[in-house]
Design a protein around this ligand. Structure first.
Ligand SMILES: C[S@@+](CC[C@H](N)C(=O)[O-])C[C@H]1O[C@@H](n2cnc3c(N)ncnc32)[C@H](O)[C@@H]1O
Length: 237
């Protein structure tokens, strides 16, 4: 039997108001903005007793993630093409993920775009709700100012405490980490552990108007290549 055609790593969701089809008897690790899946597929191959979920909104990267799993015969990793904050807020089980990874999230370097950054009180609250108590959030970026902002946010949040980052040998570097390290750029890493806290149900998600996707982004979502170019331009702006 040919494993290339048997494996389908794309999590196909028919109703985005229902919890995701996850096996709650198995541990779970999640990567937000997993890109083409270099990190998560390597980790999945090394840890067959755990399930791995990548969340990625770009179609082309989702397909490349799927291709990696097919070629390597990886059956314990899935990729979901959906917006990460929505997924964390509504679709994931409470206190089940043992680790969440966010590596090289879009830094939105212009001040007027900072509200589009992933890390903020809304994401931290949904993140805490999805991590098991004692579960860890691993973060890395090449952007010093964004790193500082994220660290300050966690440092005043009593539901988290800072812990040492996990070692990341070259075989698990993400595509962006590999590229930045080859360019000799500094990489900033940090990790936090989820502590017991107030487990109130999450309020309905309300996105501040300034953080809503802009029209230009929505139009470009139809064409993955245009969107990739757009993101690239944003990074370099
Ligand atoms: C700068 S890239 C980094 C990719 C990968 N983590 C790496 O280090 O190679 C950021 C990725 O996050 C994805 N992304 C950004 N915001 C997202 C969101 N709100 N929901 C899902 N994916 C998102 C982008 O499509 C992109 O693939």
């Amino acid at each position: 039997m040919n494993s290339e055609v048997e494996i389908d790593a794309i999590m196909r969701v028919r109703d985005i108001t229902h919890p995701l089809p996850l096996n709650l008897d198995r541990p779970l690790e999640i990567e937000v903005g997993c890109g083409k899946g270099r990190f998560l597929t390597a980790r999945a191959a090394q840890n067959p007793d755990c399930d791995f979920l990548g969340i990625e909104r770009m179609l082309e990267r989702v397909r490349l993630f799927d291709g990696k799993c097919r070629r390597a015969g990886i059956t314990n990793a899935k990729v979901l093409r959906l917006e990460a904050l929505y997924t964390f807020h509504y679709l994931l089980p409470a206190h089940h993920a043992r680790r969440v990874y966010v590596f090289f999230p879009d830094p939105w370097p212009k001040k007027k775009h900072h509200s589009h950054r992933l890390f903020g009180p809304l994401f931290r609250t949904a993140l805490w709700k999805r991590l098991e108590i004692g579960g860890k959030m691993e973060f890395a970026t090449d952007h010093a100012e964004y790193f500082q902002e994220v660290c300050e946010g966690f440092s005043t949040d009593t539901r988290f405490c800072r812990v040492p980052s996990m070692p990341r040998p070259p075989e698990v570097w993400t595509e962006f980490e590999t590229m930045f390290r080859e360019q000799g750029l500094p990489i900033y890493s940090a990790a936090w552990e989820a502590l017991p806290g107030d487990d109130a149900p999450l309020e309905p998600l309300v996105i501040p108007p300034e953080a809503e996707p802009r029209e230009g982004i929505v139009r470009r979502k139809d064409k993955a290549e245009d969107f990739a170019q757009f993101e690239n331009n944003e990074r370099n702006a």
